[in-house]
Design a protein around this ligand. Structure first.
Ligand SMILES: Cc1cc2nc3c(=O)[nH]c(=O)nc-3n(C[C@H](O)[C@H](O)[C@H](O)COP(=O)(O)OP(=O)(O)OC[C@H]3O[C@@H](n4cnc5c(N)ncnc54)[C@H](O)[C@@H]3O)c2cc1C
Length: 471
């Protein structure tokens, strides 16, 4: 029961696309949400295996701001299910510690364990908190750390490693992209969604329908139609081969920024200058993951493992090296039955940042072998924390950058969209083509669960203003 014409078509149901569609539907606009995949959520997703096994792909942790954003732009029920993770652990040759990952606890650790003066720590936190998009972008994270903690590679590791994991940023990225994300976490720690990502997406889908949003799944948009510099519609090719066309003057794409510009619209519709700027935007890195379902009733030792564990045997921290295929660093997320009430299963998901090229260039047989190696290495590392892990696994599999590319159509399977320069390109789309907007992972701040939701809000407001002006 779809209409031929909509006020706005949202392409992609990542957290940014869903949030934008919800706000626009709630405001009374006729909205069509088109998703290429057979389920909603984008990277905020789950997959199921036999015997009730269910894996969360990107539910590892997000800042407290998600509660407020969900309350305002979704509903109270969703906001109420967000709970804090209490035990974040680090284990590497430079230090071993456990933290609630908030300003007070981090301050105490930096002062008592690392011997940094309290005033220095306070000055660093204040500087990070005051950073904004208007700041000097030439200052790198490396220079920021040098200013406060010169020659303290251990301190840099503590401050940077989780953020590198959380959004792929390196020491050479603008300091503000580090400062804003770090401060978001430091305000009150790390949070998760109780009930699992599938419940979150189910509740969001209900809310979308309540607000009158039409949802079309399994339907990749293959063309955004443009005439005379204006958006006029979209062409969809469903997975069963059926082709559909919808008329609209406004498209909000939640798909990869470069795919939106170069695949869906086409370079010829943009000014030469803009196309060059868009081409120069760098993609962010991708990830590998190992998904482990423990046998029914097997309990992981919470005291030893905690909720999130950043572990590495590398002597020194090097943010660029964290992308290397041979890296021994792993971030483990431990899920206990309380995450998903009514189960007696524990899960472990191991994540590592990765380069797409390292996996794309492999012959099929080598690709399978590298996946097996990734799984075997990960289990060896995990055995330090769960000694009998190998005897108690019910299901085991791995995802690579190619998996992420296949499921989301993100160029190079980027886990966090594009680097920071993508933000300006994303924001300028509507100046180039009337009625074309974008929301989704661009720049480090606009990615991750909270960043994506908040960028969806910003883009929805832009679309709303454009629609009101037009009427
Ligand atoms: C392994 C991993 C772990 C992560 N862990 C965390 C974490 O712990 N905390 C955190 O905050 N963030 C985490 N993230 C990042 C976070 O999941 C993403 O930044 C966020 O979910 C991205 O949302 P988005 O709105 O940008 O869109 P995406 O999730 O990228 O979704 C885009 C959607 O657009 C659809 N689409 C693409 N092209 C088309 C088309 N042509 N037609 C129709 N639909 C299309 C895709 O199918 C997809 O559904 C993680 C990411 C990865 C990969």
């Amino acid at each position: 029961m779809f209409k031929d014409t909509y006020d706005v078509v949202v392409i992609g149901s990542g957290l940014a696309g869903m949030t934008a569609a919800n706000i626009l539907g709630r405001s009374g606009h006729e909205v069509l949400l088109v998703e290429g995949h057979h389920q909603l959520g984008g990277l905020a997703t789950t997959f199921k295996r036999r015997d009730g096994i269910i894996f969360d792909v990107s539910l590892h942790g997000f800042p407290v701001g998600m509660i407020k954003s969900c309350r305002r732009y979704w509903n109270q029920d969703i906001a109420d299910r967000i709970v804090q993770l209490r035990k974040i652990r680090f284990d590497n040759p430079q230090f071993q510690l456990e933290t609630t990952f908030d300003r007070e606890d981090f301050t105490n650790i930096l002062v008592d364990k690392f011997g940094i003066a309290r005033e220095t720590v306070a000055a660093f936190f204040n500087k990070a908190r005051e950073m904004s998009h208007y700041d000097d972008q030439a200052l790198t994270a490396r220079e920021l750390f040098d200013e406060f903690f010169p020659n303290r590679l251990d301190v840099v590791r503590l401050l940077m490693e989780p953020i590198t994991y959380a959004n792929g940023s390196t020491l050479d990225d603008p300091a503000l992209t580090y400062g804003i994300v770090f401060s978001n976490f430091m305000s009150k720690g790390v949070y998760t969604f109780r009930g699992g990502t599938d419940l979150l997406i189910e509740l969001m889908t209900e809310e979308l329908r309540k607000n009158g949003v039409d949802i079309l799944k399994g339907s990749p948009v293959r063309k955004i139609l443009v005439e005379g510099g204006n958006v006029v519609g979209v062409k969809v090719k469903k997975v069963d081969g059926t082709e559909l066309e919808f008329r609209t003057k406004t498209v909000l794409s939640n798909a990869n920024l470069k795919a939106t510009i170069f695949n869906m619209v086409g370079q010829e519709f943009f000014s030469k200058q803009f196309a060059e700027k868009a081409k120069a935007v760098r993609l962010n890195n991708s990830s590998t993951q190992v998904y482990i379902a423990m046998k029914h009733g097997f309990m992981i030792d919470e005291d030893k493992c905690g909720d999130l564990l950043f572990t590495s045997t590398e002597q020194l921290f090097d943010s660029a090296k964290l992308l290397d295929k041979k890296i021994t660093s792993r971030t483990f997320s431990f899920y206990y039955p309380r995450t998903r009430p009514n189960t007696d299963r524990c899960y472990v998901v191991s994540s590592t940042n990765a380069h797409y090229e390292d996996w794309d260039n492999l012959e099929e047989r080598d690709y399978k072998q590298h996946k097996e190696n990734l799984i075997a290495d990960t289990l060896d590392i995990l055995a330090k924390y769960i000694p009998n892990v190998k005897d108690n696994i019910d299901w085991l599999e791995a995802a690579t950058p190619k998996t992420f590319a296949r499921y989301t159509e993100h160029w190079n399977g980027a886990s966090f969209g594009t680097k920071y320069e993508g933000l300006a390109v994303s924001r300028e789309l509507n100046n180039e083509i009337n009625g074309l907007f974008h929301a989704g992972s661009v720049g480090i701040i606009m990615s991750g669960w909270l960043g994506a939701v908040n960028y969806g809000v910003i883009a929805a407001n832009d679309v709303d203003a454009a629609l009101l002006k037009r009427n």
